[in-house]
Design a protein around this ligand. Structure first.
Ligand code: C2E
Ligand code: MG
Ligand code: MG
Length: 344
């Protein structure tokens, strides 16, 4: 029957691709995952077959390399949901349903406010405020991250301008950018355009790129990093410690800051392993001449430990939650450096 013969073909494909490929004097291994949709069981038109195969492929990838998954009613309904969400998100970007919230960062040595991080939210008409983890991955898969990221950059630059005009400007405001934006090749132009349109000093803008992404496509990311740094934009590596950095490569990147992933900050007080990772990241960052920022700081105890380690700045609920632009402006206006006094 159809399922058995498709099964056989996929096994043969996997076996054929499991062998190493010679590239110059190196052996390269290719990981393969296969998603299958059958006609007519999983659809009778190209679009639904393709989206069901795609959903099966996603599942296969999540289960690990070398896996074959067939479409199922459950996967198919999730695929429909994704399709619905995708068109809703498309409308949201064009229709002004995205918002930026801003979270403050404070220097440990002086208690001064040194930065803000812009974090996107989707103000959904029925679902309320949707966090980025629920739509950024979909946006990355579908390419919608490009217009979404453009909106975020434009909006953040306008906000930097507005703060500058009232004399409240934080040293820099950070925007998260996805590897998909970096690889799409237009990031440098988009950033340049956003800075010019808003008429801000490029040094006021910082871009955060997740560590694991930085290392994926080195050739391309390194060029983009050089161009952005030349423009005067600040660069930070986000979620540091979770990826697989090549330290030699990191050393050559024109980055300014490392952000310690919040999982290590959360566990550093109770877990010695996490504490040593924090300590190693601070030493590494300082050794490379970079500033080190800790994310997800929620307690005074964490602040004390991070200060002992020599960490430069902290960001987290203890200092302030991510907040809408107006509240962030209030926060900036009211902030006093003594707010993070260790003796408090
Ligand atoms: P991230 O850049 O690592 O941001 C830090 C996340 O930790 C934020 O979650 C923030 O709200 C949360 N956080 C801050 N302080 C604390 C704390 O004290 N405790 C805990 N438990 N969490 C804290 P959020 O806003 O949900 O964003 C999640 C992720 O979504 C971000 O991680 C970032 O990778 C991504 N993201 C956010 N905005 C954008 C965007 O505009 N573009 C792209 N491409 N990605 C974005
Ligand atoms: Mg970030
Ligand atoms: Mg992070």
């Amino acid at each position: 029957d159809a399922v058995a013969s498709v099964e056989l073909v996929t096994r043969r494909l996997l076996a054929a691709l499991a062998a190493p490929i010679d590239v110059g004097d190196q052996e390269v291994y290719v990981g393969v995952s296969i998603g299958v949709a059958l006609c007519p069981a999983d659809g009778t038109d190209a679009e639904s077959l393709q989206s069901n195969a795609d959903a099966a492929l996603h599942r296969a990838k999540a289960e690990g390399r070398g896996t074959v998954r067939f479409s199922s009613p459950e996967l198919a309904s999730r695929a429909r949901e994704r399709l619905g969400l995708e068109s809703e998100l498309r409308r949201a970007i064009a229709g002004g349903e995205l918002r930026l919230h801003y979270q403050p960062q404070v220097a440990l040595a002086t208690g001064a406010l040194v930065g803000m991080e812009a974090l996107v939210r989707w103000e959904h008409p029925e679902r309320g405020l949707v966090p980025p983890n629920e739509f950024v991955p979909l946006a990355e898969d579908t390419g919608l991250i490009v217009p979404l990221g453009e909106w975020v950059l434009g909006e953040a630059c306008r906000q930097i301008w507005a703060w500058d005009a009232t004399g409240l400007t934080p040293r820099q405001t950070a925007v998260n950018v996805s590897a998909v934006q970096l690889n799409d090749g237009h990031l440098v132009d988009t950033v340049d355009g956003a800075i010019r349109d808003a008429g801000i000093d490029p040094e006021r803008l910082e871009l955060e790129i997740t560590e694991s992404f930085v290392m994926v496509d080195r050739q391309r990311s390194s060029h983009a990093f050089q161009d952005l740094a030349r423009m005067g934009v600040q660069l930070a590596i986000d979620d540091f410690g979770t990826g697989y950095s090549s330290l030699g490569y990191l050393q050559r990147l024109p980055v300014h800051r490392l952000k310690i992933d919040l999982s290590f900050v959360r566990d550093m007080v109770t877990d010695r392993g996490s504490a040593s990772i924090v300590s190693a990241i601070v030493a590494l960052g300082h050794g490379l001449g970079l500033e080190v920022v800790a994310e997800g700081v929620e307690t005074e105890e964490q602040v004390r430990r991070l200060r002992d380690e020599g960490c430069d700045a902290v960001q987290g609920y203890l200092i302030g939650r991510p907040m809408p632009a107006e509240a962030a402006t209030d926060f900036l206006a009211r902030f006093a450096p003594s707010d993070l006094d260790p003796a408090r």
